[in-house]
Ligand binder design. Structure first.
Ligand code: PBG
Length: 350
């Protein structure tokens, strides 16, 4: 082969692009519906509203707010501060808040005894909110992890998280919360059979009106890290939660978990985390057609907010886009730390 032929072919410059290209002759042009704001609004398939929001709040003993370092913009608040935020939530048309306590380390023990103290931090907070802001929904978590010295959601025998023994304690915790005035009991522990046991006990104790929102498909996720900072269980957690929380690789198993919780009497089901599990939300809504919620968890919040505060993404736009994604996947509502911020935006555009 001669030298000339082996040379790489030259790319010939096309010069300035011609704007006189021939029409493609398309009949269907999807861009037509996107050409103006009014048209985009008209064909919009999913809408986020304040009705979709549940605001998770962290409560702490004492009188001072304390930052959660891994969740910029989020603080643990004393009871008074929570009541103020409950009022703000009501004024922003947020239907419900969810409460999570930071328990003083001295009150944590292997069996999470403080969980069934009728005067514990969460119970006092529920009563204070009910007295001041009676018309907001209060969701309370059922799980032992804010109360155990080992940071697990259940009680242990050696390395094993005991199921049925834990469920007995969760039932007592649920009754304690219902007695304090919680509207919704949200078991986040992933023990087998806990929804049925809690439903039966609530009904027998005269709390038939109390709703259950089951953390039905809850995955063993790294995205809970900042939450564990907030409630102080990162410092205490021994090992991981993979013997009770789900394997992120599974999808059919989520359908079985949701089916069980519904059979056991769950009124609403939740998938958690949120954005990395949109496929699960979609499948659950398609399969069961029941009220389905997503939890945009602490790590998801931290990623968006952290990047925004560094100037790497537009925080407001990323927030709204992520929340609309849940609606597109079929979620009826979203637990999100962005709730007050997005609610204020939604109210402003009304
Ligand atoms: C406790 C609980 C967790 C979350 C809600 N309830 C953490 C965990 O299971 O370790 C996570 C919420 C979040 O990350 O925002 N059972």
């Amino acid at each position: 082969m001669d030298q000339a032929k082996r040379e790489a072919p030259r790319v010939r410059s096309l010069g300035a692009p011609s704007l006189a290209a021939p029409s493609l002759g398309l009949t269907v042009r999807p861009r037509r519906n996107r050409q103006s704001e009014w048209a985009r609004r008209l064909v919009r398939e999913n809408t986020l509203s304040t009705n979709d929001l549940i605001w998770p709040l962290f409560v702490i003993e004492g009188s001072e707010a304390r930052d959660v370092k891994s969740m910029p913009g989020v603080q643990r608040l004393p009871i008074e501060g929570i009541v103020t935020e409950a009022r703000r939530a009501r004024d922003l048309d947020i239907p419900a808040i969810a409460l999570f306590p930071y328990t003083e380390p001295a009150l944590r023990d292997p069996n999470g005894t403080e969980a069934v103290n009728a005067d514990n931090l969460v119970c006092r907070t529920v009563r204070a909110i009910k007295a001041a802001v009676p018309d907001i929904g209060i969701v309370t978590d059922v799980a032992l992890d804010p109360y155990t010295s080992h940071g697990h959601d259940g009680v242990m025998d050696g390395d094993t998280i005991l199921n049925d023994e834990t469920v007995a304690l969760l039932v007592a915790q649920a009754l304690t919360l219902a007695a304090a005035g919680a509207d919704v009991i949200a078991p986040s522990d992933m023990m087998d059979g806990r929804v049925g046991a809690i439903r039966t006990a609530l009904d027998e104790a005269g709390y038939g009106h109390v709703q259950i929102m089951a953390y039905a498909a809850k995955y063993a996720s790294a995205f809970y890290g900042p939450f564990r900072d907030a409630v102080g269980s990162n410092a205490t957690l021994v090992g991981d939660k993979r013997t009770y929380q789900m394997d992120p690789a599974n999808s059919d198993e989520a359908i079985r978990e949701v089916a069980l919780d519904l059979e056991e009497g769950a009124d609403m089901v939740m998938i958690k985390p949120g954005l990395p599990y949109l496929d699960i939300i979609y499948r659950v809504k398609e399969t069961f057609g029941v009220p389905t919620f997503a939890y945009q968890v602490s790590g998801e919040y931290a990623m968006i907010e952290g990047a925004a505060r560094n100037g790497w993404i537009d925080g407001d736009k990323a927030m709204v886009e992520s929340l609309v994604a849940f609606k597109r996947a079929g979620a009826d509502g979203i637990l999100t730390y962005f709730a007050p911020r997005v609610a204020a935006m939604l109210k402003a555009v009304k």
